[in-house]
Design a binder for this molecule. Structure first.
Ligand code: TEU
Ligand code: CA
Length: 568
């Protein structure tokens, strides 16, 4: 099989499982998850039934952004194990008929990467692999502590983790660009040698038998023309720059097309993407990527495009957003489906009713997401209904974004800490990064040592061991749901329709294929609602799993979800 437009797209009926290696399973008691730990859990992944495993970065890194700052693309950080350990994991996954994709973080490197170390010398041939600019002419810099604005930065861009996007390099009297932390200098993709170095590195990984990549902020690689002038927007204007599609098509030719006998899977992380961008990037005929991660639906419970300006989700906004993506991409591109990853709070805490309807709200959200057209992604712990951590102080956080947000709003802007705190607690990326809860033993079976982030105290009841093979558990619900994707082509290929888009509690998605209809209907509230659920074959439900009761067709219990199949 070749990876071309006319070949079956195997990843359409696949489910992806994301592992955050630091938090999945520790094997040597140092409190940090590692590769042998992941390998020991391959049977668990097999049991869940996922097809593809995505590993967040485990390359050599100073960990300024927990591995999204890479100092060596072709080695594993000793904290996680060795390349031999990784080869063993790949072998085990393949032996169990699963595939493995690596995180590809090539918008930027670590400032400790040898390329950047060389680039500090203006005479080096690596200088142009990064983005250097003179101070703004005519501006007078003021003396400030490192990391604060001097006043003569080339433009006013604010980095994703706060502060300027430009850091001054005294020795060479120039600024370098970083859209994220100062420890994450942006690569210059307009340099052809840099592109070749990246493509070569990607081939090296494919030669190690991995099956593809998740590409970190890949749509930021081509900076817009004139971006380095005063008044030129914000870093969001770096999304889908002028040469983005050209560079990705070149990548396709020079990396994936070199392996005509293999099939791969690629997904690009693309903040700011519109459905139009998604089509251009994922249309198989254009030979770029298989799919992208859109962000619009992750912004619906915050205001002004600022994730820390939290507000309650208005359910119809989410329903309409996912419907719009489903309808606009239909027949033209392909979508990814996610509510959860290492950057987002836990969906159960964010959108569900963790206190009163833990199982039902976790499964209702999962089932409605998976009922949409696209490839579903499950983030570690989502399948057992893990939730946000009950943080009690700012010192508990390890995430550079959370710490940067607190410093900016409280320390620098002087906001009231008590006013800032609720958004930090709800939205911190560390909510997703607390250790995986395996069992009810100390530290949830994650480590025998001191875990790098605290284990959620609910682990004694919320853990994998209490759920695997237990009818009525979140794990068994996810397992059944993932299996249905293989059994019912309607989930993959079916046309999509959103029924009753304005209903604030009921979520009803209808798929049709041939003479068949699949209705996915849920009550996304903590009170019962009236609802004319169609009669038919209930293939998935989070209510009345075992007792053989007749279905009630005129009402839905709190957070009840059903997938019903019937003739058109
Ligand atoms: O995230 C990209 C991104 O857009 C982030 O700003 C994300 O929106 C933010 O974390 C949400 O609060 C990717 C990685 O997933 C993230 O972990 C990295 O920190 C970032 O790139 C830089 O590599
Ligand atoms: Ca370890």
């Amino acid at each position: 099989m070749t990876h071309t437009a006319d070949q079956p797209q195997w990843w359409k009926s696949s489910t992806v499982y994301q592992i955050y290696p630091r938090s999945f399973q520790d094997s040597n008691g140092d409190g940090i998850g590692d590769i042998p730990g992941i390998t020991s859990r391959v049977p668990y992944l097999k049991k869940l039934g996922v097809d593809i495993v995505w590993l967040s970065p485990l390359y050599r890194s100073p960990m300024a952004d927990m591995g999204y700052d890479i100092a060596d693309y072709q080695d594993v950080d000793p904290m996680f194990g060795t390349l031999d350990d990784l080869d063993e994991l790949i072998t085990q996954l393949h032996a169990h008929d699963m595939r493995l994709i690596m995180d590809l973080v090539v918008n930027h490197t670590s400032n400790r990467h040898p390329w950047f170390q060389e680039a500090l010398d203006p005479a080096s041939d690596k200088r142009d692999w990064y983005i250097w600019r003179d101070p703004r002419p005519g501006a007078t810099p003021h003396e400030v502590p490192a990391g604060q604005r001097r006043g003569d930065e080339p433009n006013d861009w604010t980095a994703a983790f706060n502060g300027s996007s430009w850091t001054w390099h005294e020795a060479s009297q120039q600024y370098y660009l970083h859209l994220f932390a100062p420890e994450q200098p942006d690569l210059n993709w307009d340099n052809p040698q840099l592109r070749q170095a990246i493509f070569e590195m990607m081939r090296w990984w494919l030669d190690r038998s991995i099956d593809g990549f998740r590409m970190d902020v890949i749509n930021l690689i081509s900076k817009p023309e004139g971006f380095d002038q005063p008044g030129e927007g914000s870093i969001t204007s770096a999304a889908f720059g002028p040469h983005f599609h050209e560079y990705i098509q070149q990548m396709h030719r020079e990396v994936f097309d070199r392996y005509p006998d293999r099939v791969f899977f690629t997904v690009g992380e693309t903040p700011g993407a519109t459905p139009h961008d998604a089509i251009l990037t994922s249309d198989p005929a254009r030979r770029e990527l298989d799919m992208i991660f859109q962000f619009e639906h992750m912004g619906l419970d915050s205001a002004d495009g600022d994730k820390y300006h939290i507000r309650d989700l208005h359910l119809p906004d989410m329903k309409r957003n996912l419907a719009r993506w489903s309808q606009e991409l239909a027949g033209k591109g392909w979508n990814s489906l996610y509510l959860s990853n290492h950057d987002q709070p836990r969906p159960l805490s964010r959108y569900g009713d963790e206190e009163n309807h833990r199982y039902h709200s976790a499964t209702a959200w999962g089932a409605m997401l998976h009922a949409h057209p696209g490839t579903p992604f499950v983030f570690e712990g989502e399948e057992i209904g893990m939730s946000n951590y009950p943080w009690s102080g700012i010192d508990q956080f390890k995430d550079v974004e959370t710490i940067g947000q607190w410093r900016q709003s409280v320390t620098l802007d002087g906001q009231d800490p008590q006013a800032v705190w609720p958004a930090i607690v709800k939205m911190s990326r560390d909510n997703a990064r607390t250790p995986m809860q395996w069992d009810a033993t100390e530290n949830a079976g994650f480590t025998t040592g001191e875990p790098w982030l605290p284990v959620n105290p609910n682990y004694e009841t919320v853990n994998a061991q209490a759920q695997v093979d237990q009818a009525g558990s979140t794990f068994e619900f996810y397992r059944a749901m993932i299996a249905l994707r293989k059994e019912y082509p309607i989930l993959v290929e079916g046309d999509f329709e959103l029924v009753e888009p304005d209903d604030p509690s009921m979520w009803w998605v209808r798929r049709t294929l041939g003479g068949q209809v699949l209705d996915a209907v849920a009550n996304m509230s903590s009170h019962s609602i009236a609802c004319a659920v169609p009669d038919g074959d209930v293939i998935l439900s989070n209510r009345r799993h075992d007792n053989g009761d007749d279905w009630e067709y005129a009402a839905l219990a709190p957070w009840e979800v059903r997938w019903v199949i019937h003739p058109a």
